[in-house]
Design a protein around this ligand. Structure first.
Ligand SMILES: [Zn+2]
Length: 105
């Protein structure tokens, strides 16, 4: 028989092309959820962060801002106290205040 066998050109099929392996972490093992201490919202966090995270993203941001603000405020207060202490110390040693001011700048 002279029938020619049809040769199908083997084009790479989609499933033959190797897909990059994307590792999807199982949420059950690596993640857990917490309840925000401020607003009660649920937040998904990594299990290893459970001791550090107590707030949802929004409240955490607010909390950090507040802490930073407090720190700056306290820092200024501390500096002021330090300055006052130095001035008082200078007074007891009869150092002119102008000299102290110059040294503090
Ligand atoms: Zn919250």
């Amino acid at each position: 028989m002279g029938r020619k066998k049809k040769v199908k050109l083997m084009e790479p099929q989609e499933e033959d092309i190797k897909q990059p392996v994307i590792k999807v972490k199982a949420p059950k093992q690596t993640h857990t959820s917490i309840t925000c201490v401020d607003c009660g919202a649920e937040r998904i966090i990594k299990v290893q962060d459970i001791r550090q995270v107590t707030r949802c993203v929004d409240c955490q941001t607010k909390y950090r801002k507040l802490k930073r603000k407090e720190y700056r405020k306290n820092r200024l207060a501390r500096l002021r106290t330090q300055k006052e202490n130095l001035i008082n110390l200078a007074k007891t040693h009869n150092v002119p205040e102008t000299e102290v001011q110059e040294a503090l700048v």
